[in-house]
Design a protein around this ligand. Structure first.
Ligand code: SAH
Ligand code: AVI
Length: 326
């Protein structure tokens, strides 16, 4: 169903309805494994999206500030590469903060389309953008990009596509899932189109662990909010104070892992199913893979994409890549 904007400011709004049953299936299945786990896409209810925004303001989470700094420095290069009239598509758009850097630099962009699983947040961010950029056609797609997203069925304006995938969200996938997501995005690209994607780099364990366990406790609240969401949406009886936030650098897998650790023996039910935790047992809630330029380039190539250019900050903390179909 493609509908006009709920508030009438968007050129279109398409709800691909990520079903609630998928959240339930993922939670019940994930809590039944020997190493309990829940996919990180379920962090993003309205509260989770707001908490993510708060994380980006913390001193410890260098990721957002660093990427915005690179975007500021390269905006002119990007505008020259994209050319006039670009159609910008942003998967995992969240609050669409970084897009300002791009839209202000691009030569008369034709359209912006945000795509996110977090519906209320997506709509308000895209409406806000439409109000700020007079004359820009702004659309929104609520979808889970790990599922097929048939862009050909949507009213995407004609023009050279620039897919913008910042934030190192690609790092939240294990290698197979990251390749599959890049293949999905590659299929959105036609000859001449491009993907501008950000990926965080490997760095020292203490910087990484602090970034995912900030001193203000915002990341802890973000992680624990998953349990609150389960209680609210899946009839859960989890005592959230029975769990603590933990972030640990796994150097072998080159990723920061987030877990929720039971601080005592605890028992609860979700959708009528009972789960028991012993003290110390964890729910693995997120991986944030970190990439060398070589490793990211190999991942992109495995998905049929070629790196044409890349830009990093002076400290080598983060890299943006310009990719095209190989
Ligand atoms: N692009 C922003 C936000 C990153 S947070 C930035 O760079 O800061 C990750 C975003 O991806 C969130 O808004 C979340 O709701 C969205 N997201 C996570 N998994 C998703 C999925 N499977 N499908 C669609 N959106 C997803
Ligand atoms: C969205 N994603 C790339 C963030 C990350 O850095 O992995 C989510 C996040 N988790 C904890 N802090 C931020």
């Amino acid at each position: 169903m493609t509908t006009p904007s709920p508030a009438g400011k968007l050129s279109f709004f398409k709800d691909l309805h990520p079903p609630k049953s998928r959240f339930q299936d993922d939670v019940l299945e994930g809590l039944s494994r020997p190493q309990k786990s829940i996919p990180p896409k379920h962090f993003y209810d309205a509260r989770g999206s707001a908490l993510f925004d708060d994380i980006t303001d913390t001193e410890d989470y260098y990721v957002t500030r660093t990427e915005i700094g690179i975007l500021d420095a390269i905006a002119g290069d990007i505008a020259a590469k994209a050319g006039p009239g670009a159609v910008v598509i942003e998967p995992g758009s969240g609050s669409s903060v970084k897009i300002d850097k791009l839209l202000n630099a691009l030569d008369r962009p034709a359209a912006y389309i945000g795509l996110d699983i977090s519906k209320e947040h997506l709509i308000s961010a895209c409406e806000d953008l439409a109000a700020r950029y007079d004359g820009l056609s702004v659309g929104a797609i609520c979808a889970d990009f790990t599922q097929p997203v048939p862009l050909e069925d949507l009213p995407i304006p004609d023009g050279k596509r620039l897919v913008f995938f910042p934030g190192s969200t690609i790092g939240n996938f294990e290698p197979g899932g990251a390749k599959a997501l890049l293949e999905t995005i590659r299929d959105w690209l036609r000859p001449g189109d491009a993907l501008l994607i950000g990926a965080d780099r490997v760095k020292s364990a203490d910087i990484l662990e602090n970034a995912y366990d900030d001193a203000r406790g915002v990341t802890a609240a973000f992680n624990l909010n998953l349990l609150t969401r389960i209680n609210r949406e899946l009839n859960g009886t989890i005592e959230t104070d029975a769990f603590d936030h933990k972030a640990v650098w796994n150097s072998e897998a080159a990723r920061v892992e987030m877990h929720l650790v039971a601080n005592r023996d605890t028992e609860f039910s979700v959708s009528g199913q009972t789960f028991r935790f012993s003290a110390g047992e964890t729910i693995h809630t997120e991986n944030s893979h970190k990439f060398s330029i070589e490793r990211f380039t190999a991942l992109a190539e495995s998905a049929g994409l070629a790196v044409r250019q890349n830009w990093s900050d002076a400290r080598g903390y983060f890299t943006l890549y310009w990719l095209e179909r190989a």
